[in-house]
Design a protein around this ligand. Structure first.
Ligand code: SF4
Length: 218
């Protein structure tokens, strides 16, 4: 049954268990073959964080270090994120961090494994895992970090330059906020630009914290 469904329209949906908890989802995702990305990656990198998290931070996909360690946001972008969360007084251990796509997509460039953007088909194939994480956690706010996360959550192409810094509605019925992926800070052309971009990102994390407070008070 699973094999025939996969042949027609492969997706993570065929691997998501009916009885859902973070633990059962994480376990089941280890064997996901919902798209071709499992073939070249070391392992599935599932989301991490507490059951009671009121914020889910969503990135694009695991990077090289995340792929090796099996944990999300443990590389340089993760450290940048930690710093911004700290400044915004959002404890990292109180939020859930995950990615729109759970396997690392890459190509060899010399001796380095270079990140490749996942295709729309791969993002769509992996979306059932994100939907299941949101269903189990029922967070107050979804933070989409970068275009791929925003596309997965909002179901359409999102121009980050246009939507960045805004709280918008999504099909998930959760307050959704759009910002850059922290790795974009490293892509700025010089140190001054990086600092400027980091300041803006950290200020956006403060907006998320204020929104969280206002939702808790409502
Ligand atoms: S990227 Fe997502 S859908 Fe594709 S194999 Fe990995 S977990 Fe499954």
């Amino acid at each position: 049954m699973v094999a025939s469904k996969q042949a027609l329209n492969p997706s993570a949906r065929d691997f998501v268990p009916e009885r859902r908890s973070l633990a059962s989802l994480r376990q089941a995702a280890k064997t996901c073959e919902g798209c071709d990305l499992f073939r070249n990656a070391t392992q599935t990198v599932f989301g991490e964080g507490p059951n009671h998290a009121s914020v889910i931070l969503i990135g694009e996909q695991p990077g090289d270090m995340e792929d090796r360690k099996g944990e999300p946001f443990v590389g340089p972008a993760g450290r940048m994120l930690d710093k911004a969360l700290d400044e915004a007084h959002i404890p990292r251990h109180e939020v859930y961090v995950t990615n729109a796509v759970k396997h690392f997509k890459w190509i060899w460039r010399g001796k380095r494994r270079l990140h490749q953007k996942p295709s729309i088909r791969q993002v769509t194939a992996c979306k059932p895992w994100l939907e299941a994480e949101i269903e189990v956690l029922r967070p107050k706010i979804l933070v989409c970090m970068g275009a791929t996360a925003a596309q997965s959550v909002l179901g359409k192409t999102v121009l980050i330059t246009k939507e960045r810094g805004k709280f918008i509605d999504s099909d998930f019925g959760r307050v959704t906020f759009v910002t850059i992926h922290p790795s974009a800070i490293f892509r700025q052309r010089d140190k001054e630009e990086q600092k400027k971009e980091y300041r803006r990102f950290a200020a956006e994390m403060k907006l998320v914290q204020h929104k969280l407070q206002s939702l808790a008070a409502a």
